[in-house]
Ligand binder design. Structure first.
Ligand code: FAD
Length: 434
């Protein structure tokens, strides 16, 4: 039985703008002793809580075990951008995995965003939800890519897209850095920690049980699965493993097929209203089209939340501000010298084909992970598909589970330097406009 190192697990959310502005939420007691459930969920991020909430709505008895606090991982610290579809575009999915897979994945590509909006409305979750996200092109080549991207997404049913060619993008972004943009009116942005805390509260209101400070140290397979922590055990008919980049080897079957990566974010001091409106006049969020992309938006109290930088293997850089500030000031020279109130990082899980990995070990241990940097919407879809599968409807879950989970070249030792080398090549390509 693989062991996790519980002693090094922190007990609180990382210091971030989100932790500082989170709504009050109850602390859930650690698991003590033995108990039973229909479903035990490992991990209290969007994947775990979304699955738990969908299952509780269907009447399952669900227990969530979270190593730290709900929203401790990427879900409580991300850019908050609601970006539709997957980290791999539909044309690549069509070419690599054929028409049947592409049709199935395409039909679900915009569902996660709708689930989030339903959750927010049904459970009155206060998470600063705003409409519209932009993809900004830094080069003509990237702009041509956005034109193709629009046509492709329209084929799969997203018609809420608007191309902003030439200087038209300036009505949305107060930066000279781009040559155009694509606006997805059905995307948006939100306070991710308040979303996951709100969803956890909704789950608890339906009788769901959460144990925080309860790192799972082992999973013993069988018709009844035993999920162990240092102080207790849950016996369940089904288990959902939702630890993503923070799982650290709990399921050896998943090792080597994905790679944790760090990305860094800063939040400026609050900007005055006129300056905030100059940067993002209609309060959309933006990501650029570079391989190592910058992403930014305004918070409800008018801070610029700006992310970028990737570290392969998930290690933090010595200074997050030193990584992010130069890009922030290139995008918005009007912010030269702006105060940075918060700087933090988090880990996402990269897969080789940039598609999420859904699957089953034996017949009753399910997992979903590896959203490759775009997980806000797909984690919510994952939750619904888990609940469908555990109710006996496997078709949509299996459309993902049937995709290959390819190991990273180089194995555990060399996958980090090899991937960094690949990223360096793509970065050069973006900078030189190849
Ligand atoms: C800085 C950053 C910015 C991002 N920005 C965006 C964005 O703007 N838009 C977007 O779409 N995506 C973004 N992403 C990606 C997105 O946040 C993730 O894909 C998504 O949140 C993954 O959710 P998850 O629930 O699968 O994993 P996580 O949120 O990481 O949750 C996993 C949880 O499992 C727990 N856990 C792990 N092991 C155990 C164990 N043994 N026992 C118990 N619990 C365990 C962890 O403590 C953690 O709380 C970003 C990611 C990062 C890091």
């Amino acid at each position: 039985m693989p062991q996790n190192t519980a002693s090094v697990i922190p007990s609180r959310h990382v210091a971030s703008y989100y932790a500082a502005s989170a709504h009050a939420s109850p602390e859930h007691p650690a698991l003590q002793g033995a108990t039973t459930a229909d479903v035990c969920v490992v991990g209290g991020g969007f994947t775990g809580i979304s699955s738990a909430l969908h299952l509780a709505e269907k009447g399952f008895k669900v227990i969530v075990l979270e190593a730290t606090r709900v929203g401790f991982g990427a879900s409580g610290r991300n850019g908050g951008q609601i970006v539709n579809s997957y980290s791999r575009d539909m044309d690549v999915i069509e070419a690599k995995y054929g028409e049947t897979s592409a049709r199935a994945l395409g039909s679900m590509a915009f569902e996660g965003n709708r689930i989030i909006r339903e959750r927010v409305a049904t459970y009155a979750i206060d998470c600063d939800l705003k409409d519209g996200n932009l993809f900004a092109a830094c080069t003509d080549k990237q702009m041509n890519g956005l034109i193709e991207h629009k046509a492709l997404w329209e084929r799969y049913g997203n018609r809420e897209l608007e191309l902003l060619e030439g200087d038209d993008y300036r009505r949305e972004i107060g930066s000279q850095r781009y040559v155009g943009a694509l606006l997805d009116h059905s995307g948006g942005h939100l306070h991710p920690l308040n979303l996951v805390l709100g969803e956890a509260a909704a789950f608890a209101s339906l009788g769901g049980v959460i144990h925080e400070q309860s790192p799972v140290t082992g999973i013993t397979h069988g018709d009844t699965v035993r999920v162990s922590t240092s102080r207790g055990e849950v016996r369940a008919k089904h288990v959902i493993v939702a630890g993503n980049a923070y799982l650290k080897g709990l399921l050896p079957e998943l090792e080597g097929k994905s790679m944790p990566c760090g990305t860094q974010v800063v939040a400026t001091a609050p900007l005055d209203e006129a300056l905030a409106r100059e940067l993002l006049p209609n309060d959309r969020c933006v990501e650029d089209c570079n391989y190592l992309l910058d992403y930014y938006r305004l918070s409800a109290d008018r801070r610029l939340i700006y992310g970028g930088g990737v570290t392969y293997g998930g290690r933090d850089p010595a200074s997050i501000e030193a990584v992010i500030r130069p890009n922030l000031e290139t995008t918005f020279p009007q912010l030269a010298g702006v105060g940075i109130d918060y700087a933090w990082s988090g880990n996402f899980l990269l897969t080789l084909n940039r598609l999420p990995q859904f699957g089953r070990i034996n017949h009753n241990v399910f997992y979903a992970q590896g959203y490759s940097g775009h997980g806000v919407t797909c984690t919510h879809l994952a939750g619904r598909l888990m609940a469908e599968a555990l109710s006996g409807q496997f078709e949509r879950f299996d459309a993902f589970a049937g995709l290959p989970h390819t190991a990273f070249p180089g194995g555990r030792l060399f996958r980090v330097p090899l991937t960094a080398l690949g990223a360096w090549y793509y970065r050069m390509r973006d900078q030189l406009g190849w």
